[in-house]
Design a protein. Sequence first.
Length: 160
Amino acid sequence: MALRKPLVVIAGQVTQLSDSDTLDAYIDEVELTNADNSNASAIVKGQVVYADGAGTCDKAQADSASTSILFGFVTDTTVAAAATAQIQTEGIITATTTEWDAVSDETGGLDAGDVYYISPTVAGEITAVAPSTATQLVAPIGLALSTTELQIIHHQDVLL
C-alpha cells in the first residue's frame, strides 16, 4: 500500500504536505442540549442546573441529593422562566470574567487550577470552596483552565 500525504489549504491554495511537515489540529468537543427553565426566575450564563423532569431543568444546589446532580451549565445570556435554555453538558465552557463573577461571588473570573463545586447555599451558583457542613454534598463540577474557561467534570457527589 502506498503512503499518502494529506492535502491542506494554505493561503487559499490546496497543497500536499511535504515529508517534513506535520499536521496539528485543535479539537474542542462540546455537548449541548436544550431544556426548559422550570425555575420561577431567570437563569443566566454559567449557572449550574440539574434535570428536574422530562425536558426541564432547575438551578442546582448541593444541599440535597436530588438537586446536586450536575446536568450542565447554562450557555445563554439570560433565560426567562419557562423559556428554553441551551445547556452545555461536556467540554470547556467559556464565559467572561463578569459572567463568572455573577455565578461564583468572586471577582476577576475563575481561579486557574481550582476545582469548582455546586454551591450548597445559593441555587445555581458555583464555588471554589468545597462544602464542609454536615448534610451538604461535595459536588465537583469543573476545573478552571483560566479566568474565563472551565473544563466540565462529572464526579459522584459525596454526602457530608
